[in-house]
Design a protein around this ligand. Sequence first.
Ligand SMILES: Nc1ncnc2c1ncn2[C@@H]1O[C@H](COP(=O)(O)OP(=O)(O)OP(=O)(O)O)[C@@H](O)[C@H]1O
Ligand SMILES: [Mg+2]
Length: 411
Amino acid sequence: MGATRSPVEPSRPSIAISLAEPERSELDAALTAAGYNTIQLQPGESIVEAFSASTPTLIAVVDVAGDPAAAAARVEEARRGRAGHLSVMFLAGDAELDGLEAAGLVDVDEIWRVEAMAIRAQVPTEHSSDAVLSGGNVDSTWTPAAPVFAVFNPKGGVGKTTIATNLAAVLQIRKRLNVLLLDADTVTGHVAMSLGLPNGRSAADSWIDEDAGYTHESLLDLATVHSSGIRVVALSSNPLSHPTLKPDRVTDAISEARHAVDAIIVDMHPSYSDVNLGIFAIADRIIVPVTPDLPAMRAAIQLKEVAVEVGVRDRLAMIINRANSGVTVADMESTVGLPAVAHIRSAGLHFVWSANAGMTLIDKFPRHQATQDFEHLANRLVASYSGEPAPQRSTSSLLRNLFGRKAIVEA
Ligand SMILES: Nc1ncnc2c1ncn2[C@@H]1O[C@H](COP(=O)(O)OP(=O)(O)OP(=O)(O)O)[C@@H](O)[C@H]1O
Ligand SMILES: [Mg+2]
């Protein structure tokens, strides 16, 4: 059967796809949308068919489909006598790896390079049930890394804790994500209290025990579950800075948790401590609440300068809090020099009433306008993190299909 070609001009490398349906069409649609020239091959069809005068160099995606020797033979046949270059990505199950290695075509070490690339690319996920881990026989490190949203402004009282807590709630309740809310305000943190939760064991408590020879506990092991489903854990319950609170230990713990939940929100202390700089370094977004007053705006301008210095300027996302209190959004954007990704209006005593009930605004007042503001903020963050929303076919389902088997690159 002849190869079919898509009409897209080859502005990028041509990719021949030798997969069974429906994966072939799914991958073809995704690659075509990304601007690649694709060539669809039936499973087992000769790759030689895909070469032409206009595509001397080719990338092929080849399903090993239970027969490594046949897959290897097809690649060898395609390469024989060709001036052009053929790079191949094999999709193989565990049992097929040995056959590919025996054929001398793949270096099994390459698998780990691909895995590292996939993790670094932070495959987006919409829900933990979408995690590649649920695809079957895959290492836990294949789980997509959850985004880390740090909430910070060096000025006190601008709404960091309010925004961290309610953003966590809206992601958990309305976006159905499993959310870890980390109270990293080691001085005046009160996230658990505001949610009516007992002060559980903190990370610092656990690390003291770990250093004394007890087993390691992850942030998830330590977290208390709120009635909304949010998991809540504090870095420290001791306001005096703790010797175990080293930046590396904090960032390692957060990185470990990224493979166990769908999103991590970090409520930060208003200072430029080493721990905070460490959190900046691993955060995907640094959410900066700014209230419409000069001290809060000045603090945000200062933060912008610090962020340039530490190389995280592009992660800053300003949120105007108590937005309906005089100064316009446009004036604040031009004064601070950051675009506002969302605004949260003043909700008066509703936050206090929510806290008195051990709840967030989102579960206590689901129809309040400020709750809608949080939903809008969550939509913006989810969209900006996972890229273009794909209404017809989610990117994560396509990746899961591919990653349900191992992908091995051989160039
Ligand atoms: N949009 C809002 N509407 C009404 N009240 C708000 C709003 N945002 C914050 N508040 C209130 O302002 C006070 C300070 O907010 P919050 O504790 O969240 O600030 P913070 O930046 O975390 O402070 P700190 O720097 O001390 O940690 C709280 O009483 C909170 O309920
Ligand atoms: Mg706070």
